[in-house]
Write a protein that binds this ligand. Sequence first.
Ligand SMILES: NC(=O)c1ccc[n+]([C@@H]2O[C@H](COP(=O)([O-])OP(=O)(O)OC[C@H]3O[C@@H](n4cnc5c(N)ncnc54)[C@H](OP(=O)(O)O)[C@@H]3O)[C@@H](O)[C@H]2O)c1
Length: 284
Amino acid sequence: MTTILNGKELSRTLRSEITQQVSEFIQKTGITPCLAAILVGDDPASQVYVRNKEKACAEVGMKSQLFRLPADTTQEQLLELVDELNHDDSVHGILCQLPLPKQINEKVILDAVSADKDVDAFHPVNVGLILQGRPRFLPCTPFGIQEMLKRYGIETAGKHVVILGRSDIVGKPMAAMMVQRGIGADSTVTVCHSRTANLPSITSQADILIVAIGKPKFVTPEMVKDGAVVVDVGINRTEEGLVGDVDFEAVQAKTSAITPVPGGVGPLTITMLLGNTLKAAQGK
Ligand SMILES: NC(=O)c1ccc[n+]([C@@H]2O[C@H](COP(=O)([O-])OP(=O)(O)OC[C@H]3O[C@@H](n4cnc5c(N)ncnc54)[C@H](OP(=O)(O)O)[C@@H]3O)[C@@H](O)[C@H]2O)c1
């Protein structure tokens, strides 16, 4: 029998721990951690994500501020707002909801967010610190995956972790984290992408297979080793509803543990953002 890695339940546990820590922090310092979210334009998915982040802040006793800007905002106008928030002591975390409209260079904006308030961990300084094994913030999705592996007692030391996908948001930071020394890491890491040759021969060597490619049900049983742990990051909207990058029904019997979609990795991402905002407020 495989273990279903329940991100929804774990997220509830983590949020109640964060609520406690926020309350202790407020009692000690009189400061309420505050996340500033910037939303440019009216992309419906982005609106939902930002609303969920605001709700989550309120749930754990933190403040949030939403800055809504029109779709024709210029890069200079957005930079001005980021600069204002960088200098606002009552704001501890800043997130700029992606994607941004075409006239704005995302890299320029993400680089402008103060590294001390960069709760998404996208700033090059924070990426470098992760690579050196002394992170200030960890990016929310890989952070959630690592926390899930730890909390479920899944051994990572000496294990072959194969990561499918090399995005800056998931694949690359995940690899940088798993290769570090320490608990929840110490893995032997392989990163695969669309140019990888003989993909199934590599994925089927994985003790832990982490999939983030955005292709519905791409991973099939032949690609998975018996007894592997499979973590599915994919979120694909299809005619049959929300599905992951892994063919869950077909693959689960081969695994020792697997995340469902929805209810696996997804719920942890916002939770880790809350943790990062608290950390930013604590100045640690
Ligand atoms: N909170 C969450 O749960 C969460 C967070 C982030 C993302 N996601 C989901 O995770 C998925 C991936 O998102 P992302 O932003 O990391 O990815 P992304 O930026 O779209 O990049 C996809 C990666 O997958 C690789 N890839 C695509 N097709 C492939 C194939 N046939 N074989 C091997 N590799 C292939 C690409 O390779 P190349 O680099 O060679 O093009 C690329 O590295 C999406 O479904 C997204 O919605 C979920």
